[in-house]
Design a protein around this ligand. Structure first.
Ligand SMILES: [Cu+2]
Length: 178
């Protein structure tokens, strides 16, 4: 009994210490904040991406789109990509692919499930419509802010791709505190 009380007392004390350190140290709070932010920019739990050609769109940048264009998954999870047809393709952008990740290349397939094993920001584009901004990002958890070399690579991607990725980068960085 005395031992049990002592143990309980110890646990309570340790809990207090832990709580104290959580409150006083900014590091754990930032970690929590980041994971919440990572969820807030992701559209739902379902990792399904469609590719659409919206003939009613008012501009080419709206006409050809990945929907959604920003998806988050855990490392090892797959993303289902629909409609790699009607000239839509899905290709990794090498400059926007984490080291060690397999590259994606999908042409002429109605459905493909792609497993993303390497955490980080994965940039993908349609080979034909990338120039109109048809780009997307798969953010594989745990991911952080957009790497500096991704930002500097934008200039080499051409205006359409560059603008498309720039707005997605901004969305990610705005959600994750530096
Ligand atoms: Cu396309």
């Amino acid at each position: 009994m005395a031992l049990s009380l002592g143990r309980r007392g110890f646990i309570a004390g340790a809990g207090g210490l832990l709580l104290g350190s959580l409150i006083s140290s900014p590091a754990p709070a930032a970690v929590v904040h980041r994971s919440v932010a990572q969820m807030s920019i992701c559209s739902g739990d379902e990792a399904v991406v469609d590719q659409i050609t919206d003939v009613m769109a008012r501009s080419a940048t709206q006409m050809f789109r990945f929907v959604p264009n920003l998806v988050c998954v855990d490392a090892g999870q797959s993303v289902r990509i629909l409609n790699s047809r009607s000239q839509h393709t899905v290709h990794s952008v090498p400059e926007l692919t984490p080291d060690g990740a397999e590259t994606v290349a999908i042409v002429g397939e109605d459905v493909r499930d792609v497993v993303f094993d390497v955490p980080g920001i994965h940039g993908l584009a349609c080979a034909r419509h990338g120039r109109y901004g048809m780009v997307m990002i798969v953010a594989v958890r745990p991911f952080d802010r957009v790497p500096r070399d991704y930002w500097s690579a934008l200039d080499s991607l051409g205006p359409g791709r560059s603008l498309g990725f720039e707005s997605l980068f901004a969305e990610i960085d705005a959600a994750i505190p530096s």
